[in-house]
Design a protein. Structure first.
Length: 174
């Protein structure tokens, strides 16, 4: 029978693993063609871009003809101004700029202390299993039997006085 805290710990580890994977590998995989910065500059100057979304150092967008693209790296200041001008002139051009998110105190705390906490929990579980003694697979040679001593008798004749079965068993022995 599984102990509830072990099952809960297993689910916690699975959830944390999926959250870490989601944070490390965001996106849906449909980024499109990767353009160089020079190709991107040419497309901006020739007004071939219909939508543009800047997210930190990643620039995603759509060219005329619904062809998706991605460019890595920050937008140079001169292109940033041209994009804003194009957004004011062309009503079909969509320009979204997401400022780079800063890590919050909680995020930095989790990132720095979570690995140590996980290692501590694993160490604690292993130490409890090592100290638990009998009943485990590798605990052969550790007997649960207790030694009987003459000074530590727990049942006396006074305790069983009036119990017919005890009297019959005693008569059988004698």
């Amino acid at each position: 029978m599984r102990q509830p805290y072990k099952t809960g710990l297993l689910w916690l580890i699975i959830i944390v693993t999926f959250l870490i994977i989601y944070r490390v590998f965001p996106g849906n995989g449909q980024k499109g063609e990767e353009l160089t910065r020079g190709q991107f500059r040419d497309r901006v100057e020739s007004a071939q871009i219909t939508t543009l979304e800047v997210d930190g150092d990643e620039i995603r967008g759509t060219l005329k003809g619904d062809k998706k693209f991605v460019v890595y790296g920050p937008i140079p200041d001169d292109l940033h101004e041209k994009l804003e001008q194009q957004a004011r002139k062309d009503a079909d051009f969509v320009f979204k700029y997401k400022p780079e998110e800063k890590d919050t105190f909680l995020q930095s705390l989790v990132i720095s202390w979570l690995p140590m906490l996980v290692l501590f929990v694993i160490f604690f579980i292993f130490m409890r299993q090592l100290q638990s003694g009998g009943g485990k697979a590798m605990s052969f040679g550790k007997s649960k039997a207790k030694l009987l001593s003459e000074s530590n008798k727990k049942v006396t004749f006074d305790d069983i006085a009036g119990v017919e079965e005890a009297k019959e068993e005693l008569q059988e022995i004698i």
